[in-house]
Design a binder for this molecule. Sequence first.
Ligand SMILES: Cc1ncc(C[n+]2csc(CCOP(=O)(O)OP(=O)(O)O)c2C)c(N)n1
Length: 321
Amino acid sequence: MSVSTQKKLEMLRTMLLARRFEETLTALCQQPDKIRGMMILATGQEAVGSGVCAALSPEDLILTNHRSHHHLLARGADPKALMAEIFGRRTGCNKGKSGTLHMAVPEVNALCTTTVVGGGLPIAAGMGFAQQYRQQDAVTVCFFGDGSTSEGSFHESLNLAGLWRLPVIYVCENNGYAAAQGYDEHTPIESLAARADAYGMPGERVDGNDAPAVFEATRRARERALAGEGPTLIECMTYRWRGHGEGDKQLYQPAEEIAAWKKRCPIDRLSAALCGAGELSAAELADMRSSATEIVTEAVRFAEESPWPEPEEALDDVWAA
Ligand SMILES: Cc1ncc(C[n+]2csc(CCOP(=O)(O)OP(=O)(O)O)c2C)c(N)n1
């Protein structure tokens, strides 16, 4: 089945937004005291969030990790509420208490960001079990990095999901690194998708810089899950353009490797394909870019003008009765 022009444009729009959002964060992090704490970005990996989320329905659940901005934006989270949260302000999606690393956006069914590497995987199995038990027509997507597949939780989660045929889509964002460790330094096999076989589910490796390919793989996995056929593991091959966090100088990533991957920019690829097919004009692309810039500029203004949380609010919403 071919991907409609409308879907491709939707993916391009969310990728442009995520890119602009994160480029702005990169610049803000260089200014003293603008944003506190660690900043972890997924610049260059936008096709994963955009491609996966474009294939989902509003009822589906997502669970993300420390590199979450592109997932949340593609899922439709409000950029102003995300930016304010990243700034630690009271108007943020979690009232300024989660910061960039632990954002939850229940309005778009993005229920949890966990930065415990591999920590989302068992939760995803639980969420998938709840959907199955309640006979819901919905799936759970769990995003995680290649490094997470070396955690015990990866194997436990996939084993149970395979056994119980849970409606979970496991999306491994293989960006070639787990912090400063290259893929070959933490995993002895060539393809992570191959691990799916051990848990009785299909494993598919896709070009993670090709948003329509990611979309198609997710659509297939979703159909399988809704038909009661169980989970799928999708390995999206992509690359981390920046360091693990913004303080990381990337001394272990060869410059020519970074340059080669930048030539495979997911945004340039999709926009060139759309323009080449006459589905998008240069002027429309320019409009899409400036609209992304406007949204992000407005989000930063909103965040900067928002109040800080009051100290007395520190324990509000922390405990659920
Ligand atoms: C259980 C656990 N161990 C170690 C860390 C420190 N840590 C944070 S991110 C990260 C690398 C994760 O790599 P990967 O899963 O490939 O995701 P990526 O950062 O490449 O997106 C590490 C080791 C952590 N947060 N949690």
